[in-house]
Ligand binder design. Sequence first.
Ligand SMILES: [Zn+2]
Ligand SMILES: [Zn+2]
Length: 469
Amino acid sequence: MGRQPIPHNVGRQLWASCGGYCQNPQCNRFLFASVDEDLISLANVAHIIGYGIKSPRSNHELADEIDKNGLDNLIMLCLDCHKIIDELAHKFSVEEIKTWKTTHEKEIKRLFNVPEITNERELLVEVSNLLDENGMIFREYGPYSEKALEGDSGDALIIWRRRCLDTILPNNRRVVDLIEKNKKHFPFPWDVYKEMMVYRLHVDAFEDNCLLDQRVNDYKLFPVEFDHFIKTKLGVKLHPRELRPKEELEFRRGQISIYINRFLCNHDCIADMKEINRATMHVTLKDGRELRVFVTNTYVFTEYTFDKILAIDPYVEVILCSNPSGEYTDTAKQLCIENKIGLFKLREFMGAVRKTGEDFLNYLLVEERNERISHSKNALEHALKDAFLPKGLEAYLFGSFLRRKIYRDIDVLIVYKNDQAQLAVERLAHILKRVAEQYSSLIDITICSSQEFPNLPLKNNNLTKIYSS
Ligand SMILES: [Zn+2]
Ligand SMILES: [Zn+2]
């Protein structure tokens, strides 16, 4: 029986109630750590009564009565604390862990206590101040800040990610809570509440991106509309509104010419390049193909960024992510492929232009392919450490996992060389499935004997050995 994932909304509620800190009172560690340029989430959703039959504390009398993946049975801990309460389960009772959680939640509530405000103006000033703080951080460190665009985007990126978690997210939450809690003081329909509902969608999406993807995304970066609404109600004079697409898809000055003159000028597949405007160039390949290329400097390219770009240039054929520390999401890439648009980082683009069709759109860098192979080898080796499989078993990777950036599933071939090995095939397959589960990938396992092996039509499909006993 497979273990069900914890529902999305439960994870989010848990996150909101822990305030970003480990809920073990002896620990209370901030649940993010920065390692070089990456901000790593240390957050671990732990079961109070373990999920499986032999899991920690699963012999508790309530074990069969409760929803194991329900909010009440989960606690947010750091990696260390999760390990400790699970491995020393006998020392940490269900009741004790529940006390940790309720005490911590009370403290967080006190910390983020939302006041009753009956005067609308007073409430709006409070909201406006929170938005101003977020806006200031966004302008100073966000993806389109001078600092980020000046080139040394690494430091700005780290600060931006950190401030997203310790200031922007809590401020966003507080804005929502302030309006939600005080709506009873104002006549229905209250326009502020209506606007807040739209703003809340932004807050939720932003939070999901920050927390669940374990990275900070520029998804709907700063809610300009909501900010303007609040300021207008307060009678604050505003600058004429900038165009949103421009604001969100900012690019470095002279970026296109840098691409043409520095990065792509010596490429042996490119015949000609022309700058169309600050963001777009026209590339002619030696095989006659013409490509309209849009260059964006966004940190994390999402479906949202995709929509923004298509709104500006519906004829775009390639989107280049130029930010060296930037990346794109799998869903955005998938969406681009479906729309026959190439979405690449510079190095990928340079390789992809050698290919056509699906091979072009879904191009996989050779080193990324090699990374996938070595990663699979290591994960499997680790999982098989104590498995004691008999001699005569082999496992191979093949198929789209080694050919495509976006793949449907991981194809694995198991070959057995003798009767004893054949008996252990199921066990190996089971372990492979578990490893794939850890990386939330689908796996498709083919099994054959060493006599059948030479006749399988897989040799030309990137067949790569990752295990042999
Ligand atoms: Zn656990
Ligand atoms: Zn902890």
